[in-house]
Design a protein around this ligand. Sequence first.
Ligand code: ZN
Length: 158
Amino acid sequence: MTDVFDPAKRSAVMRRVKGRDTSPELVVRRALTRLGARYRLHRKDLPGAPDIVMPGRRLAIFVHGCFWHGHDCPRGARVPKQNRDYWVAKVGRNAARDARSAEALAASGWRVEVIWECELRDLAALDERLRRLIAPIPVAPASQRVMPVPKMPQSDQC
Ligand code: ZN
């Protein structure tokens, strides 16, 4: 297939596609470090391998590029004119996979947060959002903390 990008642009794109240590992710990590948060990276054992994980808070953070993950914003809507169908399908698959990962994480009691690339332009707002995310959580008895989230009761019990 003919490449829609010239080689220099392609390698820049591929660096982002690889998904590790992309610059938007670094921005979020630096902000978290500034706020004194401790976190782990790319937990491959969790659905979707969340970019940033705080196991104690059961908090999983994805930092998504707007184009690759189909954000509903001007940047996300910018689809290359060439091979348009290819890109639309590819981004659609990414978005579907993201939704499945988020569902699977939530089903095992994780809080899932998505931070979009376009949100990183306002660093003050990002800091504020992260600060709220990592605010101290009420301490539950140890037995409750390690237990999986209970299933919702069936409706016939109501
Ligand atoms: Zn966006």
